[in-house]
Design a protein around this ligand. Structure first.
Ligand SMILES: [Zn+2]
Length: 79
């Protein structure tokens, strides 16, 4: 299992463990990179910036991050 760590792009090097907002699992996999989403809001069409899409491996919840977010993989150490 691979553990993805979300790193914010703040001046302080801050590592934040990724956590699914639904099931609180910290296991997710990247299912798409440089993904642009289009949609409509109040009769105006829009297109998002390039996003990275992660999917929770436990409940299947999709999480979207802009490309400022960086992900590193960390092998989970098994006891
Ligand atoms: Zn989940």
């Amino acid at each position: 299992m691979i553990n993805y760590i979300f790193m914010s792009d703040t001046p302080k090097i801050e590592q934040k463990a990724l956590q699914c907002p639904v099931c609180k699992s910290d296991k997710a996999m990247i299912v798409g990179e440089n993904v642009k989403l289009g949609g409509k809001f109040e009769d105006k069409e829009f297109l998002t910036t390039e996003l990275t899409v992660l999917r929770c491996t436990k409940c299947g919840y999709y999480m979207l991050f802009d490309k400022m977010a960086q992900f590193t993989t960390k092998e989970e150490s098994k006891p």
